[in-house]
Design a protein around this ligand. Structure first.
Ligand SMILES: [Zn+2]
Length: 417
């Protein structure tokens, strides 16, 4: 079997300089990853000064590890704080966060997940300029673009129905010759209907798109998709012009339509994609949290709906059995078999050969958010072998990946070389 391409991500801000310098901790950790499985790439969160970027680049060059600048575009941007009033506007006039079953820790951590509208040209231009400077400053081999999407269920269910800002109103009229304002009522109607849906209605869902893209909302969601794509293209094309490789961070294929990420469209702009197939993460993009928030929102809107039947309907959509109680979803997570189902969905998209898929697997231990032990990791790796994935990205912070997990990846994959 061909060696798997293996990358990992790292967040080095908020750690003492001594970690990088005196004690050589970073060097030791990378040496271990290099030794265990011949690490190919390190993706570095961009909040670092020039001196530290240089140091990381030099260490990686010595180890023959490629470096990528991890760049969030529409939320949690390096050097650009999004104010709530600047964030996307929902159909009912909220900004950034919804009220309907959003994540209880939203806005309380280091990352605030306040998303700018992809049509907010003025602010995107500012971010784009900073981004170009950072690429030059870092001298890394590539960029890894993140947060290229609309808010997810963990921002509150209403935010799936954004954006209605002035820029969107104008652009929608130009592109579709229709008044976007009319869509506010159509979405309100969908909310009204959700109040009365029953088990028969759940049978009409064949994908997550069917939950939100109802009635005449097709143009609205096409517009969102194109809007996100245009921003991605602008950032990716620039990096390519500068001779950089481009990787992108994506929601798992099942959930991607909820945040207007279109794998086929996005494949036109990048060298590789990382689907985040996180079965045990209780923070945004993690399947347990996103599914929990989505299902909780629907049950809050329609308390008469049977919880177990709703969970069954969604289990059918993602192809693995979810726990029969919503609360257990956050506790137990989603079966590691999810990797097989989600990768199958990607295969069915027939993406161009030249775009590599490197699956994003959790490998971290972060208290209260994600705890990956060897047993879980082994099951993930078994799925990786089963569906013959080209590469993996051990997510999402090398500093939080226990050494024994790194060793397991090496032992497991090398035995099968
Ligand atoms: Zn907008």
């Amino acid at each position: 079997m061909k060696k798997k391409w293996i990358g990992t991500q790292i967040v080095l801000n908020n750690i003492p300089n001594s970690y990088l310098y005196k004690s050589d901790n970073l060097k030791k950790k990378l040496a271990m990853a290099k030794d265990a499985f011949d690490l190919d790439a390190l993706i570095v969160w961009p909040d670092l000064n020039k001196k530290n970027l240089d140091l990381v680049r030099e260490i990686c060059t010595d180890f023959e590890i490629k470096t990528y600048l991890w760049y969030p575009i529409l939320a949690d941007i390096s050097g650009f704080k999004v104010r709530p009033e600047q964030a996307v506007e929902t159909f009912d006039g909220l900004h950034g966060y919804g009220r309907n079953s959003c994540w209880d820790k939203l806005g309380k951590g280091e990352e605030d997940f306040l998303f700018l509208c992809p049509n907010d040209e003025q602010n995107i231009r500012k971010i784009f300029n900073q981004y170009q400077n950072k690429i030059v400053e870092s001298g890394f081999d590539g960029v890894f673009l993140d947060r290229i999407r609309f808010p997810s269920p963990s921002n509150g269910f209403e935010t799936l129905f954004s954006c209605f800002c002035k820029s969107c109103l104008d652009k929608f009229y130009t592109d579709y010759n229709e008044d976007l304002e009319n869509y506010r009522n159509q979405i309100a109607t969908i909310f009204e209907r959700l109040k009365t849906i029953d088990v028969n209605y759940l049978q009409t869902w064949h994908s997550f798109s069917d939950i939100i893209i109802r009635d005449n909302l097709k143009n609205f969601f096409d517009f969102r998709k194109q809007s996100v794509y245009q921003v991605l293209k602008m950032f990716a094309d620039k990096a390519k012009q500068m001779g950089k490789l481009v990787g992108i961070d994506l929601f798992a294929p099942s959930l991607a339509p909820l945040v207007s990420q279109d794998y086929r469209l996005f494949a036109k702009t990048c060298d590789w994609m990382k689907p985040m197939i996180y079965g045990h993460t209780s923070s945004p993009a993690g399947l347990p949290l996103e599914l929990y928030c989505l299902l909780k929102a629907i049950l809050d809107i329609n308390p008469a709906l049977d919880e177990e039947q709703l969970i069954q309907a969604v289990s059918r959509l993602i192809g693995v059995d979810l726990p029969s109680q919503l609360n257990d979803l956050l506790k137990d997570g989603v079966s590691e078999r999810i990797i097989c189902g989600e990768m199958q969905k990607i295969k069915e998209l027939n993406l161009p050969e030249k775009v590599n898929i490197y699956v994003g697997l959790e490998a971290v231990q972060v208290p209260g958010v994600c705890h990956i032990n060897k047993s879980i990791l082994k099951k993930y790796l078994e799925s990786v072998i089963e569906v013959d994935i080209k590469g993996i990205i051990l997510s999402w912070n090398l500093l939080k990946i226990p050494d024994e997990n790194l060793k397991l990846v090496g032992d497991f994959l090398l035995k099968r070389l």
